[in-house]
Design a protein around this ligand. Sequence first.
Ligand SMILES: *Cc1c(COP(=O)(O)O)cnc(C)c1O
Length: 222
Amino acid sequence: MALTREEELAANLEDIKSRITEASQSSARNPHEISLIVVTKTFPVSDVQILKGLGVNDFGENRDGDARPKANEVQGRWHFQGQIQSNKLKSICSWANVIHSLDDARHFEIIQKVAIHSLDIFLQVNLDGSLHRGGSTIQSLYTLAEQVNADPNHHLAGLMAVAPLGIEPEAAFSQLHEIQLAFCADFPDAAMLSAGMSGDFETAIAHGATHLRIGSQIMGSR
Ligand SMILES: *Cc1c(COP(=O)(O)O)cnc(C)c1O
């Protein structure tokens, strides 16, 4: 008999959780210090409601227009992780609790003007030098961090990255971990690391990830 959507999501979720626990144990890390964000982009609000019923409270989205109606309907901690467009920031700041993809000082200036509640902010680091998947260079990262840190209304949580196409996640995330260790020396209160997606989260855990953004392995292919 075919599985219901709820059974399917529940099974996928259990599978991912046990893989997170195993990967944490192999890296001598505490699985409780690792947060799972279920990336619900392109999936309907009915799926978000099912996930909520299964105990999920952290949802990740890439596009304001897709996310806002879902976030308005289902209470939880909503994470924006897509490329930021200035003209969408006011809306994003209305529903998001966490922004993972800040990489531009001008965007933070807009956030300071339009945000109506406090945000947790991760700075996206570019790991491939080409900037086409977004992210800040190391040079601008520190300036941006100073700027966010100086604002008492928002909280600088840490760094985020996406492993570049064509580079082994192992190489990308070990580079990221070094960047993060140096960063934390200057910003000790921003020690979170958002890294790891469906295809590479175990590698990310081995390199210090505290926030995993997992979509297709739980939701199915988009
Ligand atoms: C889509 C997306 C994810 C989730 O990707 P999956 O491979 O489906 O797990 C995570 N992070 C970002 C930035 C994304 O755009």
